[in-house]
Design a protein around this ligand. Structure first.
Ligand code: F6P
Length: 316
C-alpha cells in the first residue's frame, strides 16, 4: 500500500477542513494509506505525522480553519531540517504529499522534492487569491462572503448616522478581496495596491454628493495601499467634513463556515491532485481557470506576480 500525507501551510482558509475530509475518503478509495501532518512543515520536522481515519474527519466539513493546524515554518528553509523531515516520512513509508498553502509553501516543497524526491501536488489555498497561474484559490469565496456580510451590516449603521466607514480588508499586497467586494456591495470608494490614487481627486465629487443629499459613504481599502486606514478616515473628516469610523475586518475574513463553492472546490482540488500523483505527475500545483483544472510547475506559479483580473480592474 502506498502512503500519502497532507499538510496545511501558511494562513489557514475556510475550505481546508472539507479538503482534509475528502483527502481521507479519496485516499482510501484509491487504496492509499492517508496521513495527517500536524502544524505544517514544522510538524514534518517534529514528526507530528499520524495516520488519518474517517473519525478524524467526521463533522469537520462545516468548520473553518484546519483541524490539523498550520504554521509558517522558518526551519523548513534550512537544509538540515528538511533532512530530518525526510527521515520522518521514510520511517512511515510516505512518498507523496499534498500541500495546502500559498506560493512560499510551494517553493519549500519543491526544494524538498529536488533534494529528496518526495512527490507532491500543491493546492492553492489563500484568501488573498494572489497565486499566479490559477484563477481560484481555496478559501476565497468564504472570505468574500464574510466581507460582504460585514459590509452589509456596517451599511445599516453607517446609514443611520451621517458617517463614513473605512473598511479595511486583507490581501497582503493584492487588492482582489477589496475590489470584488467593492463591486458587489455598492461601496463609494475602493483603494487597492494595484491602483495609483490621490484622495484629493475624489474631493469635489464627494462634496457634490453630500450637497445632493448623500448621508454616508462606505470606503473599502485593501491592506498594502500607501496610506493607513486612519489616514483615509482623517481625510474624510478634514477634507469632506464628515465623521469617520474605521473597521479593520482582520482575521474574521479567514474563518467561518466554508461556503458551498469552497466545499466543492476542496473536493475537486483534492480528487484531481491525488489522481495526478497516481498518474505519475511528481511535482506540480493544481490550478483552476475557465477551462477547468490544469497542472503547472512551481516555476510558473511562483515566478511571476499574479495580476488582477483586467475586466474587474476596468470597472474601478
Ligand atoms: O495570506 C493570508 C493573510 O491573511 C493575508 O491576507 C494577511 O496579510 C496575512 O495572511 C496575515 O498573516 P497572519 O495571520 O500571520 O497575521
Amino acid at each position: 500500500m502506498n502512503n500519502i500525507a497532507i499538510l496545511c501551510s501558511g494562513g489557514d482558509v475556510s475550505g481546508m477542513n472539507p479538503a482534509l475530509k475528502r483527502f481521507v475518503e479519496y485516499a482510501k478509495e484509491k487504496e492509499l494509506e492517508p496521513y495527517f501532518v500536524y502544524d505544517g512543515y514544522e510538524g514534518l520536522i517534529d514528526n507530528k505525522i499520524e495516520k488519518a481515519t474517517y473519525s478524524d474527519v467526521s463533522g469537520i466539513i462545516t468548520r473553518g480553519g484546519t483541524k490539523i493546524g498550520s504554521a509558517r515554518s522558518k526551519r523548513f528553509m534550512e537544509v538540515e531540517y528538511r533532512k530530518i523531515a525526510k527521515e520522518n516520512l521514510d520511517r512511515l513509508g510516505i512518498n507523496m504529499l499534498l500541500v495546502l498553502g500559498g506560493d512560499g509553501s510551494f517553493r519549500g516543497v519543491d526544494i524538498f522534492y529536488k533534494e529528496h524526491g518526495v512527490k507532491f501536488c500543491g493546492i492553492p489555498s489563500t484568501i488573498d487569491n494572489d497565486i499566479n497561474g490559477t484563477d481560484y484559490c481555496l478559501g476565497v469565496d468564504s472570505a468574500l462572503n464574510i466581507i460582504k456580510t460585514s459590509i452589509d451590516a456596517i451599511r445599516d449603521t453607517a446609514s443611520s448616522f451621517s458617517r463614513v466607514f473605512v473598511i479595511e480588508t486583507m490581501g497582503r499586497d493584492c487588492g482582489y478581496l477589496a475590489l470584488t467586494t467593492h463591486l458587489t456591495s455598492g461601496a463609494e470608494l475602493c483603494l487597492i495596491p494595484e491602483m495609483e490614487y490621490e484622495l484629493q481627486e475624489y474631493e469635489e465629487e464627494f462634496k457634490k454628493q453630500i450637497a445632493n443629499g448623500r448621508r454616508y459613504f462606505i470606503a473599502i481599502v485593501s491592506e498594502g495601499i500607501k496610506q493607513t486606514s486612519q489616514e483615509i478616515a482623517n481625510w474624510f473628516e478634514k477634507s469632506i467634513g464628515i465623521e469617520a469610523r474605521i473597521c479593520v475586518l482582520g482575521h474574521i475574513q479567514r474563518g467561518g463556515n466554508p461556503t458551498v463553492k469552497d466545499r466543492l472546490m476542496a473536493y475537486k482540488f483534492v480528487v484531481n491532485a491525488i489522481d495526478a500523483l497516481l498518474e505519475g505527475r511528481e511535482e506540480s500545483v493544481i490550478c483552476y481557470d475557465r477551462f477547468g483544472f490544469n497542472f503547472k510547475s512551481i516555476k510558473e506559479v511562483t515566478g511571476k506576480k499574479k495580476e488582477l483580473d483586467k475586466e474587474l480592474l476596468s470597472y474601478l
